[in-house]
Design a protein around this ligand. Structure first.
Ligand code: NAD
Length: 421
């Protein structure tokens, strides 16, 4: 409690000077952070993979470059905020509390800190208890680039620490990424205060393959969509809807491709699927695999490559004969598990894809541009990828519908959460 209070007081003390700083000077600090992340990219990538278990190829090619990109992108906004909100006079809001999950530790830190700092706020950030290393390294980087003391404060700890941050009276805004369950607690805690709140929560995102899609391309996207980062991705394409006439071909090609995926040492650059983040998460995944089998779906674990004896491994797998009522079709599993279903008409695909309390992302695979627009318009999801999946860019807003949360991160839309108009 004392540490949380000290961090918030430190951010509060730093706020007047940081918020009054010439925005072009603020931008210089942010460019420096971005460049230092690039300079330290190898070290950060190794640290991220050692800590969280994701393949080094992903940390190296996705997490770290995107984290740097977020600081570069937002550095550019520092002195242009008045153009984002024409006619308004955007002011920073004060101390922002950031709580992030374990699946993209440094990247999630960048998603939160970059827009907050660009708008002139000061921050207290709490990484997840299982993955604090890269955010602590980021704290060292912030010292190296001589960011004024108190502008960013990093505290470690589990849920109770997060709760103290949420409830601290001097925190003016909470940005949370994590599970829907915890998101609901935080929403309740903030409801009786004047704190601003944005929530990025869970998902059960659908991928829809139409009969006219390029199936080979779609398979790569589906694999990317569900097995990327062991399926520890909020927007993982965990439900696959396939046009009935293409189902056999899709299953055959999925099986073939899945056999070749390498599960193993996260620090080996040839690894496709690294380690599950924790013993508890592996147990959760197994609970869902049991539920899938128990409720009558057909389990396919086609990848038989040997696994190392030590470590939390989960082979990529999928289920067929899945009913919409099955647990594996409804709950977020957060593991490399795909539920495959078929449809006969585009209307049926849409109805079933939207039949979820979540609404984070979706994918559409078809050769017809008109169908892409028609379907994407009717899908209830914050991000919709067409003939691709899991592509991110700091200029593009990201966020959910329904129980996947509210507010956007990234792009001009993401700045709104960090200013008083
Ligand atoms: P989690 O909700 O258990 O924890 C997230 C963070 O909240 C951690 O830092 C944790 O310590 C903290 N926390 C836990 N209880 C708290 C409380 N009562 N008050 C304040 N803070 C608390 O989630 P997780 O298991 O770490 O991450 C997985 C979840 O995150 C998945 O549901 C996934 O979909 C979601 N996620 C969403 C996005 C997105 O952008 N929508 C991105 C990544 C992950």
């Amino acid at each position: 409690e004392d540490d949380v209070d000290a961090a918030v007081q430190s951010a509060k003390k730093a706020f007047p000077k940081w918020s009054a700083l010439d925005p072009r000077e603020r931008a210089k600090y942010m460019f420096r952070i971005a460049r230092r992340i690039q300079e330290r990219a190898r070290e950060l990538a190794v640290l991220e993979s050692m800590d969280g278990g994701k393949p080094i190829a992903e940390s190296r090619d996705v997490d770290i470059p995107l984290a740097a990109a977020h600081f570069f992108y937002h550095a550019g906004w520092c002195d242009k905020l008045k153009y984002v909100f024409p006619g308004a006079d955007p002011k920073p809001i004060g101390v922002c509390g950031h709580i992030i999950p374990w699946n993209f530790p440094l990247l999630m830190a960048a998603w939160k800190l970059a827009p907050a700092l660009a708008c002139g706020n000061t921050c207290v950030l709490k990484p997840a208890e299982t993955t604090s290393l890269t955010t602590l390294r980021l704290a060292a980087i912030l010292e190296e680039i001589e960011l004024p003391p108190g502008v960013v404060n990093i505290i470690t700890g589990a849920g109770a620490t997060g709760q103290l941050l949420v409830n601290h009276p001097h925190v003016r805004k909470i940005a949370f990424t994590g599970s829907t369950e915890v998101g609901k607690h935080i929403a309740k805690a903030c409801a009786s205060t004047d704190k601003k709140l944005t929530l990025e929560l869970g998902g059960k995102s659908p991928n829809i393959i139409f009969e006219d899609a390029s199936i080979d391309q779609a398979i790569e996207g589906i694999i990317q969509g569900i097995y990327f980062n062991q399926g520890h991705v909020c927007c993982a394409g965990s439900r696959l809807f396939v046009a009935e006439s293409s189902l056999d071909e899709v299953i055959a090609k999925l099986t073939h491709r899945m056999k070749s995926l390498r599960v193993g040492d996260p620090l080996d650059k040839n690894t496709d699927i690294g380690a599950i983040n924790s013993k508890a998460q592996l147990a959760t995944i197994h609970k869902y695999l049991d539920a899938g089998r128990g409720e009558g779906a057909t389990f396919h674990e086609v990848n038989r490559q040997p696994l190392a004896s030590k470590g939390y491994w989960c082979r990529p797998c999928f289920f067929t004969d899945v009913q919409p009522s099955h647990t594996i079709a409804r709950d977020e599993i957060f593991g490399p598990v795909l539920a495959v279903m078929s449809f006969r008409t585009p209307e049926e695909a849409l109805t079933r894809a939207n039949n979820t309390p979540y609404g984070l992302a979706a994918g559409v695979w078809t050769d017809k541009g008109s169908k892409i627009f028609e379907i994407a318009r009717k899908l209830k999801a914050g991000v919709i990828w067409c003939n691709t999946y899991n592509r991110f860019d700091p200029a593009s807003p990201f966020g959910g519908f329904k129980e996947s949360g509210f507010g956007r991160e990234g792009g001009m839309h993401g700045l709104r959460a960090y200013v008083d108009l």
